[in-house]
Design a protein around this ligand. Sequence first.
Ligand SMILES: Cc1cc2nc3c(=O)[nH]c(=O)nc-3n(C[C@H](O)[C@H](O)[C@H](O)COP(=O)(O)O)c2cc1C
Length: 323
Amino acid sequence: MRLGKFQWKNPVFLAPMAGVTDKAFRETVRSVGGHLVWTEMISDKALTYQNSRTLDMLNLSGEPSPRIVQLFGSDPEIMAKAAVLAVEKGADVVDINMGCPTPKIVKNGEGSALLLDLPLAQRIAETVVKNVEVPVTVKMRLGWTAEKIVAPELAKRLEEVGVQMVSVHGRTREQFYAGKANRELIRKVKEEVNIPVIANGDIFSPQDAQEALELTGCDGVMIGRGALGNPWLIPQIEHFLQEGEILPETSWEEKIEVALAHLERVLNYKGERIGLNEMRKHAVWYIKGVHNAAKIRDHIMQTKNSQEMKDVFLKVLHNHVYS
Ligand SMILES: Cc1cc2nc3c(=O)[nH]c(=O)nc-3n(C[C@H](O)[C@H](O)[C@H](O)COP(=O)(O)O)c2cc1C
């Protein structure tokens, strides 16, 4: 598939995840061999107000292409302004969020609320497309409820105004994360448009990815929760789709080394206090499955500084069995 100057075969994207896919995690995913990573969703309004925390979220310095920035908002003009800023900061793809189900987002008419107003969704995309030179993409859910599936029609409308790729999470807003991602409805989106469509939802293994591609006919896959504490899943899926071979399990030594490097990055970008706080959830995800994980999790939650967290990781690394 092609997206502007990029060309990929069966691309495997790291999904945008608020509070997760920050610069430190994107670098970590790249360090283990993933390269199609997305930023967290970034508020168009906060960006145009030059909010300093929001500008930090847009720090793409030193990151290789493709630098895919996701924006959320509900006003076409503000979205376009934010998109221009994102491109100035180095974005080479601008993605628009039409899927976030969180009440505080949808009450402002943003995220999946746009699934209730297709003409507005289309106008937002059209205005952004007209204002930036880089490809504009959209990530969406299937619809607001099972009775109101709009993704195929929305994708068609977006294609008409120049959107170059859509990613579809196979759930409705009403579902949040309940039930199973619906691959048949993603397939309907793929059949409706000529632009690339990326399948998203419930892909936790290379086999899941292959099955999703077969069932949906999509051009690529996108991985969210499966990559939490498991950034290796992205290159493992890529390898399987290209070579048909399952790579060996990542060793605990490698997992802990990558977690330690991730911690250093978080501390570097966010400082000791915020960094430690943000790393706790990642640390718990990294140690999932290790012997005595519940006990280690308690220790991680109690760490008072980054050295204590490093010590927990090193203890896991050197003891293997944490006692
Ligand atoms: C912690 C978390 C944060 C998320 N933040 C975003 C976001 O900022 N933008 C977005 O489009 N989707 C967001 N999502 C949804 C994911 O991108 C993805 O669509 C969803 O998790 C389904 O994929 P999965 O089954 O592989 O997790 C988030 C999901 C999680 C778990």
